[in-house]
Design a protein around this ligand. Structure first.
Ligand code: PEP
Ligand code: MG
Length: 585
């Protein structure tokens, strides 16, 4: 019989396919005493587990696609080397014999020991390597538990056409999977604007997060339907349900084909106001999707994805090469390159070597800690490499630089003086750059939104990052599905901050755009137009839908209605106004 599991639909679309389960859970281990006679059998069991782990990793290593980002293969090589290291291959055997205990317990004791050693290391890079140890140990423990199968197919074959079901996916996981033809993502945790959700949207893959305990009801290979519009996953779908969703899939395809006809139309409202509509990207490879929808500008290039799956941060040339690929692909359009925004949910398990925490204390609230510009200002050489690359690439196209998470003027002036240093260095080295390259700020911390007028004299443009602005204004973790119900772009506090920033920028005639996910949401486009927003940067999947709404909107009466939304408090009143705004001719 069919059953349904309900979560949060974070990327629209329908997928029908078989589940591929990915497990990251912590494995509980108990201690058993063994008799002397069985100790050598236990040692052999442990050795076999190591061998299977080695074979598994080698197969995964062989299947890493050539175009996978960064150093994915090197990341797996490290795990292979760790398996062979005597601390994991020999010491547990000694523990089994000495303590007369089971292999799982011996391995756990040794893992705890190693983790402690890593924890005490001053070098933040080495100390963060404990995650590798934990991941390798988890693999061996799973094998000792009986999960011994070797992947018979390559990772690509396993994932191609599959619906990936997991507890959660780090951005690094998602990146690694993006080239494999996955049909949909379904996770037990995560929020609407987590980076996995954003990536799923930019890949155009349906995704649902917050499907609690889904893995208890579903197994590897089960057929499911993912309804990313409504956040519902159906298990054991019967013929009736399958037919219904196949029809909806066909309708959706027709709708998309209709939208693609808008590709070349100029972006303007029905009453003639020109609107800037650009696209958000994460990788140079995303330019294919940008071209498909006909965008002639990039309003947000999130460069942090260059840093995932690597041991070392990218050097200046790697930055430069990636940016130049985007510049060359766009041929003349504006490209807004945002400097590194690592930290918080963009941590991944294996992000590049950057000082990510205070020397002796771990972050309790990563979203409020050393993230983005704060992390960059603690890692000046790596930051300068990025600044140099952005400035260098500005000689080849219409490039702008965007700074994330700025909350104080002193932070901003530090960055401005670093940029000035870099300009002087480049001039001395006779390296070309655009001396007029524009500098902009993300409005994503409420402190910035309230004081936009104070920051504006220092910069050329602003871009509103609603994903974080909402998180920080309403004090809700954007990745935590337990508070997702409070994540509300229509909260009057959020709307007022947006309005304040737009008004302050308009007053001094400096451009302001919105690149947060709110701009990509068809429900809010007219409201934002009514609040005075004239520039949007959206994920490529949403681009044509947003364009269609702009083409069908009349600005005349929108402002009045939008201003009313700023003043109402209850959800019901807000819904009535939004309904009016969105149905107006
Ligand atoms: C935002 O916060 O809205 C934004 C665009 O930045 P990110 O999602 O990368 O944090
Ligand atoms: Mg942000």
């Amino acid at each position: 019989m069919s059953f349904s599991l309900h979560g949060i639909g974070v990327s629209k679309g329908i997928a029908i396919g078989k589940v591929h389960v990915i497990d990251h859970d912590v494995i509980e281990v108990s201690e058993f005493s063994l008799s002397k006679q069985t100790l050598e059998d236990e040692v052999n069991r442990f050795k076999e587990a190591l061998e299977i782990a080695r074979q598994q990793l080698s197969r995964i290593r062989d299947s890493v696609p050539k175009n996978a980002p960064g150093d994915v293969a090197a990341f797996i090589d490290t795990h292979l080397l760790m398996l062979e290291d005597s601390s994991l291959s020999q010491v547990p055997i000694r523990i089994i014999r000495e303590k007369q205990c089971n292999a799982e317990w011996a391995l756990k004791l040794q893992c705890d020991e190693l983790v402690q050693v890593f924890d005490k290391m001053d070098d933040p890079y080495l100390s963060s390597r404990k995650q590798d140890v934990e991941q390798v140990v988890a693999r061996v423990l799973r094998i000792l538990r009986g999960y011994t199968e070797l992947p018979t197919a390559s990772m690509g074959e396993l994932l191609s056409g599959a619906i990936v079901l997991s507890d959660d996916l780090s951005p690094a996981d998602t990146v690694m999977m993006q080239h494999h033809g996955i049909l949909a993502f379904a996770t037990e945790f995560g929020g609407t604007t987590s980076h996995t959700a954003i990536l799923a949207r930019s890949l155009g893959i349906p995704a649902i997060v917050g499907l609690h305990k889904a893995r208890t009801y579903l197994q590897q290979g089960d057929t499911v339907v993912v309804d990313g519009f409504n956040g519902v996953l159906f298990g054991s779908p019967d013929e009736f349900l399958l037919n219904y969703y196949r029809t909806r899939q066909r309708e959706e395809k027709r709708y998309r084909a209709g939208l693609s006809k808008l590709k070349t139309a100029p972006v303007a409202t029905a009453d003639g106001t020109t609107i800037t509509l650009h696209a958000n990207i994460e990788f140079p490879e995303d330019m294919a999707a940008v071209k498909r929808v006909g965008s002639n500008g990039i309003g947000l290039y999130r460069t942090e994805f260059l840093f995932l799956h690597r041991r070392e941060p990218p050097n200046e040339e790697e930055h430069f090469d990636a940016y130049l690929r985007v510049v060359n692909a766009l041929k003349g359009g504006t490209i807004t390159i945002r400097t590194l925004d690592l930290g918080a949910d963009k941590q991944g398990s294996d992000f590049a070597k950057l000082e990510s925490h205070h020397s002796d204390s771990h972050m309790n609230n990563p979203a409020l800690s050393l993230r983005a510009i704060r992390l960059c200002l603690r890692n000046i050489p790596e930051f300068k490499a990025q600044l140099r690359a952005i400035l260098r690439v500005s000689a080849f196209g219409n490039v702008r630089m965007l700074l994330p998470m700025i909350s104080s003027v002193s932070e901003l002036t530090q960055v401005i003086s670093l940029i000035e240093q870099v300009r002087q260095e480049l001039t001395r080295e006779a390296i070309l750059f655009d001396p007029k390259m524009q500098l902009g700020l993300m409005v994503e911390v409420p402190a910035m939104a309230v004081c936009t007028d104070i920051f504006l004299p220092y910069v050329d443009f602003l871009s509103i990052g609603t994903n974080d602005l909402i998180q920080y204004t309403l004090a809700i973790d954007r990745c935590d599905d337990s508070v997702n119900y409070l994540y509300d772009p229509l909260h009057p506090a959020v709307l007022r901050l947006i309005k304040m920033s737009i008004d302050a920028s308009n007053k001094v005639l400096k451009p302001i755009s919105m690149c947060g996910e709110m701009a990509s949401d068809s429900r809010f486009v007219r409201l934002l137009l009514g609040l005075g927003l004239r520039s949007f940067s959206v994920n490529p999947e949403a681009y044509l839908e947003v364009k269609q709404i702009i083409l069908n909107s009349n600005l005349v009466s929108l402002a009045k209605l939008a201003n009313k939304v700023l003043k109402v408090g209850t959800q019901a009143d807000i819904n009535v106004l939004i309904q009016q705004i969105n149905t107006q001719a």
